[in-house]
Design a protein around this ligand. Structure first.
Ligand code: IMP
Ligand code: MG
Length: 185
C-alpha cells in the first residue's frame, strides 16, 4: 500500500480560514432554530470538524446531543466502491428529532445520501447536512449539503480530520495531496 505519510501536502485552507467558516456555519445553523438537536458525526473524517462545530453551536446558544456513525464506501485505497455500509450505528432513536449530519467531505454524495435517507427512514423530523469540504465535480448521486465550509475542485484533501490512507488527519489546516508525488526526493 502507498505510504501517504511521505507524500507532500500543499496547504489549501489555513487554520484561520477554517475557524471562520466553522463559526459562520455555527451561526447559520443556530439561526435555523434547531430544537432537541441530535448531531450525528460521520466517522472517522468528521470528528475534528464536529468537535469545533458543536462548540460554535454552543457559542450561539444551541443545546444538543452527539452520536457517531461509522459508514464506509471507501477501502484503504482512494476509490469508492459505490456501496455504503454501516460499520457502527448510532445509539439512540431519531424519531421526531432535528438531526444534523456532520461529515468531512461531500464527494460522490453516496455517504450523505445514504445517511440522510437512513435518518429520514427512521422518522427524524428534519435532517440537515453539513460538510466542511464540498467537491461538486465528484457527485454521482443527487444531494446537496445545507451548510458547506469550502467548495473546491476535485482535489484529494487531507488534514483537519481528513486522511489519505489513514495519514494526515492530525494536521490543523486542510491541504492537497499530489497523487503523482511518490514521496521520493
Ligand atoms: P462520498 O460518499 O463519495 O461523498 O465520499 C464521502 C467520504 O469519502 C468522505 O466522508 C470522506 O471520508 C471520503 N473522501 C472523499 N473525498 C475525500 C478527500 O478528498 N479526502 C479525504 N477523504 C475523502
Ligand atoms: Mg468520511
Amino acid at each position: 500500500m502507498k505510504d501517504f505519510r511521505s507524500v507532500k501536502v500543499e496547504p489549501l485552507y489555513s487554520q484561520h480560514e477554517i475557524a471562520g467558516r466553522v463559526k459562520a456555519i455555527g451561526e447559520a445553523i443556530a439561526a435555523s432554530g434547531p430544537e432537541n438537536l441530535l448531531v450525528i458525526v460521520v466517522l472517522k473524517g468528521g470528528f475534528v470538524f464536529a468537535a469545533d462545530l458543536v462548540r460554535a453551536l454552543s457559542d450561539n446558544g444551541v443545546q444538543l446531543e452527539v452520536e457517531f456513525i461509522s459508514l464506509s464506501s471507501y477501502g484503504s485505497d482512494l476509490n469508492s466502491s459505490g456501496e455504503v455500509r454501516i460499520l457502527r450505528d448510532i445509539g439512540c432513536p431519531v424519531a421526531d428529532r432535528d438531526v444534523l449530519i456532520v461529515d468531512d467531505v461531500l464527494d460522490s454524495g453516496l455517504t450523505l445520501r445514504f445517511a440522510k435517507d437512513l435518518m429520514v427512514g427512521r422518522g427524524a423530523k428534519r435532517v440537515a447536512l453539513t460538510a466542511l469540504v464540498d467537491k461538486p465535480e465528484g457527485r454521482s448521486v443527487k444531494i446537496a449539503a445545507d451548510y458547506v465550509g469550502f467548495t473546491c475542485p476535485d482535489y484529494f484533501v487531507v488534514g483537519y480530520g481528513m486522511d489519505a490512507g489513514h495519514a494526515h488527519r492530525e494536521l490543523p489546516f486542510i491541504g492537497v495531496v499530489n497523487m503523482t508525488d511518490d514521496g521520493q526526493e
